[in-house]
Ligand binder design. Structure first.
Ligand SMILES: [Fe+2]
Length: 690
């Protein structure tokens, strides 16, 4: 983008549905009379998708009488606007729910800048800060944060406050260049306080949003149209910590599932009673995302002033192509209404490739009702890995010879996937784009922003001592925890990792959210007894505030269950059980049984199954907070900044105490070498996680 012409720039802005501003060479003092009126810009300001030349700037200025409001945008080198380097006009109009996007170009690389919007009466937005990306040849390290899963209805945004506190005190070279938000920016599944009068797990349900229309399903509500989705974003952006964070850093955003629908895939929804076509809701979700997230993502027809939603109807989706994409025209129009996967470059060392895990994916096989016979209450959370592999590969299993049934103990479950194509998370077109970008990248680190984790979740119930359960584990060996992401999209991840290995691509790393837990490890297509051949580094951040598995286990795991020790260890007098699930995922069942009985970590680890998880360095299924990455010419370093369960808002400027800070680092490996992770506990105690 550094050498883009003015004409190219204007057509780019038009394609993004943004107004355009062109930076000037000579700074001059502001000529705008500006009085801050945050009440008139209730969702604040934001910036997004920085390049080495520019950035997208955003605000919302609702008008009382329905008439569009012309706004003046100013961008300056200083927060007092004595050195303004760009100005632009933009219009807040009801068609966009009064949101405004401006693409500002020719700002120069690696610059810290301030911006504000002002209406004709002089009423101004708060002042935002942003940063353009470093030039492509800039040799300095780049630092960024990655986050996911913020739910203000049940949790506090203390992690944002902590991130701002630390960044304000960091040396200028160590400050965050941007925030990568990997989704669940909003949760479309909303409990109103009266739905759960006794709360949810450890949480009290707060009144944050009421849908103008909404649909009630069991004890929750979901959005049904554009006004509902817009109401959700507005409500979330009224959180002061989230709003301050958006005003401090440029964001790079990708949705996860909840921006559209909990169990959604393509334009289908599933609330437990089968797939329901929801093309109109998918378009509404995309439009609200486009209006509220400042991103270099084109509106459906390149309109400058509005999203112009394609007309769609909710029609059954019955025919899927060889890559699992539903061919029903309304489905294609709905998922095609926004293409959000994209690449961003930050200096010499970082290419960020951000992918969409929901719009093109095939149906997740282990969650289908036909897979119900592959689990058992006696072995909670476990599904035989061999069954997951058969279901993932479909008709391609075993070189095209899939079995007719899948054995589970004494029973045989029909292989309902034997005539279907292998599972895809990315879909064919996006996968091709991703592999081309990966092959073509010249940056030291190729970081895959994949909202969902890629690291296998598994345990070794085949090693349970006899007599603990009424029958032995019904699977043949290891057990997975179910599917949905690249931890069990075995065929697709092998295709990607084989390209990395064959083409000797180094510096491959993946950052994810979604799991509401912190994980560090290595990407590999297979685990023992198959050959373990890592090709990259994977890091997963805990949630900002949404509840995780450990909290759910504490409330719901039966006290008398014979396998409780694999998930929780009860200690007399302790306020909470210890999360042995963190030990299970790395060391296996024998370590957990020993630890629950003796409380002796060393003895427990001596019983570790080294084949269970050679890919994992760290797992904390109970951690919340955020993670950072520092990418340099020599190494990639990541910090997990873990806070206590964010049940209530912290009253202090630091966002409250830390539980721990753990650093993982990997030196850049040479072609043909294996990546390796080193771990350092910097502060606090991660317990059984480290
Ligand atoms: Fe989430």
């Amino acid at each position: 983008m550094a050498s883009i012409s003015r004409r190219e720039f204007l057509s780019l802005a038009a394609a993004l549905g943004a107004s355009a501003a062109w930076g000037c060479l000579r700074p001059r003092p502001s000529r705008v009379t500006w009085t801050e009126r945050r009440d008139l810009y209730p969702e604040g300001v934001a910036s997004g998708d920085p390049s080495a030349d520019g950035v997208v700037l955003w605000t919302r200025r609702p008008g009382g009488d329905g008439r569009p409001i012309p706004l003046t945008l100013e961008v300056a080198e200083d927060p007092a606007f004595a050195r303004v380097v760009a100005t632009a006009r933009a219009v807040a109009a009801p068609e966009n729910d009064w949101t405004v996007r401006v693409l500002v170009g020719r700002l120069g690389p690696g610059r810290e800048l301030w911006y504000r919007f002002t209406d004709p009466g002089g009423a101004g937005s708060r002042v935002g800060r942003t940063i353009t990306a470093p030039a492509d040849d800039d040799p300095r390290a780049v630092r960024f944060a990655f986050v996911s899963c913020q739910d203000p209805t049940i949790g506090a945004m203390n992690a944002w406050r902590r991130m701002m506190y630390e960044d304000e005190r960091a040396a200028p070279d160590e400050r965050l260049a941007f925030v990568l938000h990997l989704g669940d920016f909003v949760y479309e599944v909303v409990n109103y306080p009266e739905d759960l009068p006794r709360g949810y797990l450890d949480r009290t349900v707060r009144e944050v949003v009421r849908y103008p229309r909404g649909q009630k399903i069991r004890d929750f509500h979901v959005p049904v149209d554009l006004d509902d989705y817009r109401a959700l974003y507005r409500a979330y952006l009224h959180d002061p910590d989230l709003q301050d964070a958006r005003a401090r850093w440029p964001f790079v955003c990708m949705w996860d599932n909840h921006e559209f629908s909990w169990n959604g895939w393509q334009s289908l929804q599933n609330f437990g009673a089968g797939n329901v076509p929801a093309q109109t809701r998918k378009v509404a979700a995309n439009q609200a995302w486009w209006e509220y997230q400042p991103a270099r993502v084109a509106s459906p027809n390149g309109s400058l002033d509005a999203f112009r939603a394609p007309p769609v109807a909710d029609a059954p989706i019955e025919h899927f192509d060889a890559h699992g994409l539903g061919q029903e025209p309304n489905n294609l129009a709905a998922v095609g209404s926004l293409t959000a996967y994209r690449a961003l470059r930050f200096g010499r060392h970082l290419d960020l490739l951000v992918t969409d895990q929901h719009s093109y994916r095939s149906e997740e096989p282990t969650g289908r009702p036909e897979a119900g016979g592959l689990g058992s209450r006696e072995f909670p959370n476990f599904m035989p890995q061999e069954a997951m592999e058969i279901l993932d590969a479909g008709r391609a299993f075993d070189g095209g010879r899939p079995p007719a049934t899948i054995r589970f103990g004494d029973g045989e479950v029909p292989n309902f996937r034997r005539d279907e194509p292998p599972q895809t998370v990315l879909g064919a077109a996006q996968k091709q784009w991703f592999l081309e970008r990966l092959r073509g990248s010249r940056a030291t680190w190729k970081v895959w922003g994949n909202s969902q984790g890629v690291l296998d979740f598994r345990a070794d119930p085949q090693h349970l001592p006899p007599g603990l359960t009424s029958r032995p584990w019904p699977g043949a060996g290891y057990a997975g925890f179910g599917g949905g992401d690249h931890s069990s999209a075995y065929v697709e991840r092998a295709e990607i990792y084989d390209v990395v290995a064959r083409e000797r691509i180094t510096g491959f790393a993946c950052v994810s959210g979604d799991r509401h837990s912190f994980w560090a490890g290595l990407m590999a297509k297979a685990l023992p007894p198959a050959a373990f051949e890592p090709v990259g580094v994977a890091l997963i951040t805990g949630s900002i505030s949404a509840a995780g598995l450990v909290e759910a286990f504490e409330h719901r795991f039966p006290k008398q269950h014979p396998l409780r020790a694999l998930f929780l260890a009860d200690r007399p007098g302790a306020p909470r059980p210890e999360p042995t699930v963190n030990m299970l995922l790395r060391h296996g069942v024998r370590s957990c049984l020993e630890y629950a009985a003796s409380g002796d970590r060393a003895r427990a680890r001596a019983l570790s199954d080294p084949d269970n998880a050679p890919h994992l360095a760290f797992v904390d299924m109970g951690g919340h907070g955020y993670a950072t990455v520092r990418a340099s010419g020599e190494a990639i370093e990541s910090e997990f900044v873990c806070i206590p369960r964010p049940v209530t808002r912290s009253e202090t400027s630091d966002g409250g105490p830390l539980r721990y800070r753990v650093r993982h680092s990997a030196a850049l490996w040479k072609p043909g070498e294996r990546p390796a992770l080193a771990q350092q506990v910097v502060e606090g105690d991660p317990g059984l996680g480290a």
